[in-house]
Design a protein around this ligand. Structure first.
Ligand code: HEC
Ligand code: HEC
Length: 279
C-alpha cells in the first residue's frame, strides 16, 4: 500500500474490516445428510415462512403446484403424481395411519427424496434452514395443520440382534396374518391378485393407480431401506394409498419378522451413512 495516501489506505483497511465482519455475520449453511437427525425445527416466524415460500416457488411449484395440490405444470405428467399437500396426508410418517406427520418426517422425505423413477428429487443442496422453511410453507396448504396436532410417533424400537434368523417366520406372517401377498404377490414382487385394482384413496389423485412396492427392490422404498425404515412403513402404513398400517393388528415381533423377510429378499444394504437410494 506504499503508493496510496495514508487516508485512502485507512479507508481500504476499514472496508476490508467491514467485509470481514459481514462474512462472519452471514449465517453458516448447515446441510445435514440423511439419516443424520436434523435436530429441532426452528420456530415458525414470518421470516421462515417467507423463505419457505421462496424455496417452494424455486424448487417445488412445477410439480406440486401453486396450490400445493400436486397438479403443477410438470407434475401432472408424472406417472406417479406428486403429493397433494392439501389433504395433510403423507405416506412417510412415524405417526399412526391417518395422523399428521412430524416435521422431522417431512424434513426426511425432502432431504432423502424418493427413488429417481418416482420424480421426487433428493434436495441435498438446500441448507437445513431452507428445508425447515419449506416444511413450514407446505404445511400452510392444508388447514389440518392449524386444526390438529401431529400424531404421537408410534413406538419404533431398535432392530433385534437376531433379525436375520426371523425371516422364515416373517414369510409365514406375509402369507397369513398380514395377508401381504394379496397386494404384494406370493413372492413379494408387487404382483398380487389385488394389485391391478389398487388406487389412491384420497386427494387430487383419488382413483389413480398406485402399484404395490416390489419387495425385492428395497432400494426403491420411499421411506428408506434400513430395517427400521421398513418396520416403520409396515407399522404406520402409507397414508392416502391402500397400504395399511399394521401397528394395531400385528405384534412388534411379527412386524420385525416381516421386516427380516423383506430384508432377506434383497442383496446386502450399502455401507452405513449412504442413503441406499437407487442410483
Ligand atoms: C420433479 C417433480 C417434483 C419436484 C420438483 C418436487 N417434488 Fe415432492 N414429490 C414428487 C413426487 C412424484 C412425489 C411422490 C408422491 C408419491 O409417491 O405418492 C413427491 C412427494 C413429496 C412429499 C411427500 C412425502 C410423503 O410422505 O407423502 C413431500 C413432503 C414433498 N414431495 C415435498 C417437496 C418439496 C418441499 C419440494 C421442493 C423443495 C418438492 N417436493 C419438489 C415430485 C416432485
Ligand atoms: C391393500 C394392499 C396392500 C396390502 C394388504 C399391503 N400392502 Fe404394502 N404396499 C401397498 C402399496 C399400494 C404400496 C405402495 C404405495 C406407494 O408407493 O405410495 C405398498 C408399499 C409397501 C412397502 C414400501 C414402503 C416404502 O417405504 O416405500 C412395504 C415395505 C410394504 N408395502 C410392506 C407390506 C407388508 C409387509 C404387508 C403385510 C403386512 C403389506 N405391505 C400389505 C399395498 C398393500
Amino acid at each position: 500500500m506504499q503508493n496510496l495516501s495514508p487516508e485512502i489506505a485507512a479507508r481500504v483497511v476499514a472496508m476490508l474490516l467491514i467485509i470481514g465482519a459481514q462474512a462472519q455475520a452471514a449465517p453458516k449453511r448447515v446441510v445435514t445428510t440423511w439419516p443424520t437427525s436434523p435436530g429441532a425445527a426452528p420456530p415458525t416466524t414470518p421470516d421462515l415462512l417467507e423463505l419457505g415460500a421462496r424455496v417452494y416457488r424455486g424448487a417445488c411449484v412445477g410439480c406440486h403446484g401453486e396450490k400445493g395440490d400436486g397438479v403443477g405444470r410438470e407434475g401432472k405428467f408424472l406417472a406417479i403424481p406428486p403429493r397433494d399437500f392439501t389433504t395433510g396426508q403423507f405416506i412417510i410418517r412415524s405417526t399412526p395411519l391417518g395422523a399428521l406427520p412430524l416435521d422431522a418426517d417431512l424434513f426426511g422425505s425432502i432431504r432423502r427424496g424418493f427413488r429417481p423413477g418416482v420424480g421426487m428429487p433428493a434436495f441435498t443442496f438446500l441448507s437445513d434452514r431452507e428445508v425447515w422453511a419449506v416444511v413450514a410453507h407446505l404445511k400452510t396448504f392444508s388447514p389440518r395443520f392449524k386444526a390438529e396436532k401431529p400424531g404421537t410417533a408410534v413406538d419404533l424400537p431398535a432392530p433385534p440382534a437376531q433379525l436375520a434368523s426371523m425371516a422364515p417366520a416373517g414369510q409365514g406372517v406375509f402369507m397369513s396374518g398380514g395377508a401381504c401377498f394379496v397386494c404384494h404377490g406370493m413372492q413379494g414382487k408387487g404382483d398380487g391378485p389385488a394389485a391391478p385394482g389398487l388406487v389412491y384413496v384420497s386427494g387430487a389423485h383419488l382413483g389413480k393407480k398406485v402399484p404395490p412396492a416390489n419387495l425385492h427392490r428395497a432400494d426403491t422404498f420411499k421411506g428408506g431401506r434400513r430395517p427400521e425404515d421398513i418396520f416403520r412403513a409396515i407399522s404406520t402404513g402409507l397414508d392416502g394409498t391402500p397400504m395399511p398400517g399394521f401397528a394395531a393388528s400385528l405384534s412388534v415381533e411379527q412386524r420385525w419378522q416381516l421386516t427380516a423377510f423383506i430384508v432377506s429378499l434383497n442383496p446386502p444394504a450399502p455401507p452405513a451413512g449412504t442413503t441406499g437410494a437407487a442410483p
